[in-house]
Design a protein around this ligand. Sequence first.
Ligand code: 1HE
Length: 260
Amino acid sequence: MTNKDLHFELLGEHNEIAVIRLTRLTKRNALNDGLILALRDVFQNLPSTVRAAVIDGEGEHFCAGLDLSELSDRDAGQGLFHSRMWHAALECVQYGPVPVIAALHGAVVGGGLELATACHIRVADESTFYALPEGSRGIFVGGGGSVRIPRLIGAARMTDMMLTGRVYNAQDGERIGLAQYLVPTGGAFEKAFELAQRIAKNAPLTNYALTHVLPRIAEQPADQGFMTEAMMAAIAQSAPEAKERVKAFLEGRAAKVQKS
Ligand code: 1HE
């Protein structure tokens, strides 16, 4: 799990929040192979106390994307395996054991946006900007962006970003669905951590259903989706933790839903 460009820390009373920070400050947190593999290893080896994770980046930018200096000498076969390595690592983020929140600021570009979209929730501060400069670099996304980004903002917007080099600012990014939360500059980590604490209090099985089952239902034809939903609902309800939580509400021991 050790890589000088990745800081890992456990926070919370019961070490229930994992904080994973890109610390390759001098290269604006550009992702080289070592960093991608370190991210994979972290998510494959999260301690069992962890219930939610936050990813952020040190310095002025969340992440400048793929480390372009590693591109030069790759042939087609190596390029294929390199992209598949990113896929495997970001699958570990998306389909790891816990929900992951990205705390965004500054540049969220190229592979940085691919990393952010592998997370379940994105909190952006006002300094955030999003771009896919692959178009102007003569390359293509390779870290799952063509699968995940259109599901958030639609293929037409992604096509525009790559064809024209369009950069979305923080407000527009939230408007089109790149981030679910927009906070003042400097506030992304705090908000992400607050959300992680709330998520950590959910039943782990419900969190699992949301991170592993819901995205699959979303890809299924409706009749299969309804059936998968019913099966997941049955499994979740039958868990002792669900029974205790429902009982607590009925006995007035659990929080009501509050108007925000
Ligand atoms: C880098 C990278 C990088 C910075 N690879 N070295 N990504 C991009 O095309 C984005 C490229 N980066 C930028 O546009 C800018 O660096 C930023 C807007 C992110 C930040 O600007 P700034 O002025 O704060 O920093 P800088 O002076 O541009 O960069 C500081 C150093 O980081 C500098 O190196 P130095 O040795 O001259 O100090 C930069 O060269 C270096 N640096 N970004 C390598 N990306 C799985 S496929 C995904 C495909 C992609 O991600 S393509 C998009 C790549």
